[in-house]
Design a protein around this ligand. Structure first.
Ligand code: AMP
Length: 544
């Protein structure tokens, strides 16, 4: 027997409809590359998004067509997003920080027909058009005066939508219809497309809004530092309008000073970003003896959260860190580290141990640990295994069938992460499967060594990679980027690590570099590090 409740499809256009109807005047603030701040609201964004749908339809875009964006977080980007998804086309976010060849590969693979872009990306667009013949038109996120000089025909977004009606019949299709397309960072092989559905994005928004997840509310002022092209801006593109939070879109500038000024000027209460951004912000705030007047909490994810960031935020600025884990394939948020009833009874210091774990599952998801043969491993907080995950916000395959088999026999997706899960359900990533250092048949967690190394006051960033070793297969090498004006030697780092890691985990070499390379989403780029270490030989030790 079926239930007798209304069968209303979960399509994301309903989220913006709701925001415009009930939080219509709630502000959306956008900062351009030149620092100029413009103000809009949900009612205006919805009207512009409807104009986008009309303009897309007039350009011949139909259900299922891919429409790409190449830009930073801005109100026009948001309107393009909802205007595309609302009419049943697929919003495909391109990451401007990728190499041109990668962007071109992705745009060709996706079959993008139209491209929205930031004026600041004009050079990339020009080169891209030569590589991606299927793109029929380029619309720059600007008004006519802001149009960049270009050798190709380009239209200003404001001109393009003006004259089109602010009404369009959104939705009306199956909630499983594709809504967005985002390619994974492609750390191995070619980038692969994750194709979100309206249903998965709607559910993800609701799941992340729980009090024991991100707990966003109508009273929040959200600074969305994480770029919209990084897995739906970690879902905030949907969850912020769902609750009618004020949204602050910072554009391209992510340095400590720019971010700090926006936080203070816009009374920001909540923000989300990768650890490197927080590190830059904290350094700026510390160096200038500043404080936060309104900031209450920040989500840190994308890479493991160093303890020093959690402590500095908590002890010096009374800001709560919500450590989350996810991946493009998981929409992205899947686990969040917030205290359950028993962790909440622990002292503040003991709670930090749990904060540094990647956390507990959002309702609706399941995970398990398996060994290389697929056998389940215990959730004892000690045994590491491959992390497998299942649920309605998890990818079941990649666009155009890349990598045919991505699920195991039970329908779990292999995350490629190695983790432990403790008896309370707190998951802790110990490594990416491909980054784990395999020494003498045992695994050494590169993340754990990095986190401890970053606890040294002189260390700005640390990265551990495995280097081939004739006897042990691989041994860890630690790369350190020191804070400006600070000094430390290999023996200081060794002293700092000793007693905090198992003896056999001690890196065979510690290399000081001026800059550790970061990938396009701000994560440490281990592929680039490995490439730079080609031909490198470990220091010889007689005992080896
Ligand atoms: P992406 O799809 O580019 O967002 O990358 C997802 C990957 O980032 C995950 O599979 C993890 O390896 C890593 N990651 C994300 N969040 C965390 C976290 N909190 N701690 C450690 N690694 C993380």
């Amino acid at each position: 027997m079926m239930g007798l409740m209304q069968d209303v499809p979960l399509t994301v256009d309903r989220i913006l409809d709701h925001a415009a109807a009930w939080h219509g005047q709630r502000e959306i603030v956008s900062r351009a590359a030149d620092g100029q701040v413009s103000r809009s609201n949900y009612a205006v964004i919805r009207a512009n998004a409807k104009r986008v749908s009309n303009a897309l339809a007039a350009a011949g875009i139909r259900h299922g067509d891919r429409v790409a964006t190449l830009g930073w977080n801005s109100t026009r980007h948001l309107a393009a997003w909802y205007g595309t998804a609302g009419m049943g086309a697929i919003l495909h976010t391109l990451n401007p920080r990728l190499y041109l060849e990668q962007i071109a590969y992705i745009a060709n693979h996706a079959g993008d027909r139209l491209l929205f872009a930031d004026p600041a990306c004009a050079d990339i667009v020009g080169a891209l058009l030569r590589e991606v013949p299927a793109i029929e038109a380029v619309i720059f996120f600007c008004d006519r005066d802001g149009l960049p000089g270009s050798t190709f025909p380009a239209i200003a977004f404001d001109d393009w939508i003006s004259g089109h009606p602010a009404e369009f019949a959104w939705g009306g299709f199956d909630e499983r219809t594709a809504c967005g397309l985002c390619y994974t960072s492609g750390t191995t092989g070619n980038p692969k497309g994750v194709l979100y559905s309206h249903r998965s994005n709607s559910l993800h928004a609701l799941m992340t809004l729980q009090r024991d997840a991100l707990a966003l509310s109508a009273r929040d002022s959200i600074l969305l530092v994480v770029p919209m092209y990084h897995a739906n801006g970690w879902g905030a593109v949907f969850s912020a309008p769902a609750v009618g939070a004020k949204l602050v879109l910072p554009g391209q500038r992510m340095d400590g000073e720019s971010i700090y000024n926006l936080i203070e000027a816009e009374a920001v209460t909540y923000s989300a970003a990768v650890p490197t951004v927080w590190q830059m912000l904290l350094q700026y705030v510390q160096a200038h003896g500043l404080g936060f007047s309104t900031l209450e909490r920040v989500t840190i994810g994308g890479s493991a959260c160093p303890e020093s960031i959690v402590r500095t935020f908590r002890d010096d600025y009374r800001v709560d860190v919500i450590h989350g884990w996810g991946m493009t394939e998981t929409s992205p948020l899947a686990t969040v580290s917030v205290p359950n009833a028993s962790v909440a009874r622990l002292s503040d210091d003991e709670q930090i141990r749990f904060k540094l774990k990647q956390g507990r599952l959002l309702c609706g998801l399941e995970f398990k640990l398996v060994d290389d043969d697929g056998n389940r491993l215990p959730h004892d907080g000690r045994t590491p295994g491959r992390l497998m995950i299942r649920g309605p916000t998890i990818a079941s395959g990649y666009f155009r069938g890349e990598q045919a088999e991505v699920l195991d026999a039970e329908g779990f997706f292999d995350t490629g992460d190695i983790s432990t899960i403790d008896s309370e359900g707190y998951m802790q990533i110990t490594d990416r499967a491909k980054d784990v250092v395999k020494s003498g048949g045992e695994w050494i967690s590169s993340i754990e060594i990095e986190n401890i190394a970053m606890g040294h006051p002189a260390v700005q960033l640390a990265a551990v990679v495995g280097v081939a070793h004739p006897k042990w297969d691989e041994r860890p090498v630690l790369l350190c980027q020191l804070r400006q004006g600070m000094t430390a030697g290999a023996s200081d780092l060794r002293d700092h690590l000793a007693g905090r890691i198992a003896k056999w985990w001690m890196p065979d070499d510690i290399i000081f570099v001026s800059e550790i390379p970061l990938g396009p989403t701000g994560k440490i780029d281990k592929r680039a590090i490995r490439a730079s270490l080609q031909g490198y030989a470990l220091p010889f030790r007689a005992a080896d």
